[in-house]
Design a protein around this ligand. Structure first.
Ligand SMILES: [Fe+2]
Length: 288
């Protein structure tokens, strides 16, 4: 039996007394996965994950995604989220790289712009500045439950178009025009994703959303912004203040996340493996 404590009244749990580097993790994984389905966000503290262990645990959630052009489709190394190391950076130019980090301050769900959406992000924290640099999350499941019936009616059964360059365009046009952001064709998803284990619906959205099928561009963006606003009110936010050794795993079907700024001259380094959803994760419910 896992020992859990709540992170936020809406969602999220810390799981105690689990060392993710131990080889018995696949044996207890069904319990970890059940907590993931129910609580949408898991925190493990005091972990010491090397790249292999990190990959092994992330793969239990789903196949590892790679946004680069690895010839065999497998990432050669894990993506570092850092203002210092350039390894794994999507753009080489320093200024563009800093702009790209700023895009992480927008409300996101990872990879909604891909034809194969993501199920999870497993983020391992290593080095942090003394202040700032939190990761904030909201539950889009609870957000959807609490949304006004009027807005829900308006949003239900709509199809949203997701484009990687859209979230970058909100930061800087020259960033948005980089090949790395324009190379993916648009993806289309319904506004909600139903969890096949517990039947709970959640708003499926991100600042990658750039239009709504069947309504004007302006009306579409207005609806997208209204929906994001509705689920990201201050009281709905869990703000995670990182300590080295923390590992966060979130359910992309039922959360949105963003980073908060920090003094950029101070190092902040995490490592991320995003896993792709499988059909058994309920993709059918969000496919138009
Ligand atoms: Fe992200």
């Amino acid at each position: 039996m896992l020992t859990l404590t709540n992170l936020h009244v809406n969602f999220g749990v810390e799981i105690h007394d689990v060392d993710l580097s131990r080889l018995n993790v696949p044996l207890i994984f069904p319990e970890i996965r059940a907590a993931f389905e129910e609580h949408s966000l898991l925190l493990f503290r005091d972990q010491n994950l090397d790249e292999d262990t990190h990959r092994r645990v992330a793969e239990l959630f789903g196949p590892i995604e790679d946004l680069r052009d690895a010839p065999d489709g497998m990432p050669t190394e894990r993506a570092m989220v850092s203002n210092v190391s350039t390894s794994g950076a999507l753009v080489a130019d320093e200024q563009l790289r800093l702009l790209d980090l700023q895009a992480n301050f927008l409300w996101l769900t990872d990879s909604t712009f891909l034809q194969a959406p993501a199920i999870s992000n497993m983020l391992a924290g290593y080095i942090f500045p003394p202040t700032g640099g939190n990761t904030e999350l909201v539950s889009t499941r609870v957000g959807w439950q609490k949304m006004s019936e009027k807005l829900k009616q308006h949003a239900r059964d709509k199809v949203i178009i997701h484009r990687f360059s859209q979230s970058r365009k909100l930061i800087d046009e020259s960033l948005a025009s980089q090949h790395v952001y324009t190379k993916f064709p648009d993806a289309r998803w319904r506004t909600t994703w139903r969890n096949p284990v517990n039947g709970q619906e959640a708003l499926y959205i991100a600042t990658h959303a750039c239009a709504v099928v069947g309504i004007s561009q302006d009306d579409g963006m207005a609806l997208i912004n209204q929906l994001i606003d509705a689920v990201t009110q201050a009281e709905a936010i869990y703000s995670h203040q990182w300590q080295p050794g923390d590992v966060l795993i979130w359910d992309q079907r039922a959360t949105m996340h963003r980073g908060t700024p920090w003094p950029f001259e101070k190092e902040r380094t995490l490592a991320s493996f995003v896993s792709s959803a499988r059909e058994s994760d309920g993709i059918d419910s969000v496919r138009p």
